[in-house]
Write a protein that binds this ligand. Sequence first.
Ligand code: FE2
Ligand code: FE2
Length: 153
Amino acid sequence: MSRLKELRKVVDAEINRMENPDKRTGAVNHLYGVSLAATMIAKKRGLDPELAAMAAMLHDLHAYKSGSYDDHAHLGAALAREILGQLGLTDDAETDMICSAVYHHDDKLAVDSPMDEVLKDADVIHHCMNDLSKAVKNKEKARFDSLCREFGM
Ligand SMILES: [Fe+2]
Ligand SMILES: [Fe+2]
């Protein structure tokens, strides 16, 4: 089984514990949507698409588990480290790269490491393109415009 598939089994199990079916569907939709976007962006930028997809699967898990978005990126990085530590699929450098991306993913106005940026951009792609009839949020506009230029959209 691939590392991504193994991690997805653990994330799926966590999501399946959510009681509200609509929130559960939303969580699956978002984590898998961001994961696909992260794979594409990482591949385009010459970064590891598997690690990008793994970071995406973990990025909002703390918020879904706890039901709160308060400090969810930082708390989510600690949760990601715990899950990756238990799975033992990644070496220390890979674990650090994934956890850094989760930690920084809510800092959309700052520019961080290349993999951090992949996750932020993938999150924005899903927020902006999951339903094109919805307006792009002001705080995501600059990042979305720059992604549209990068991808020729
Ligand atoms: Fe988030
Ligand atoms: Fe997200």
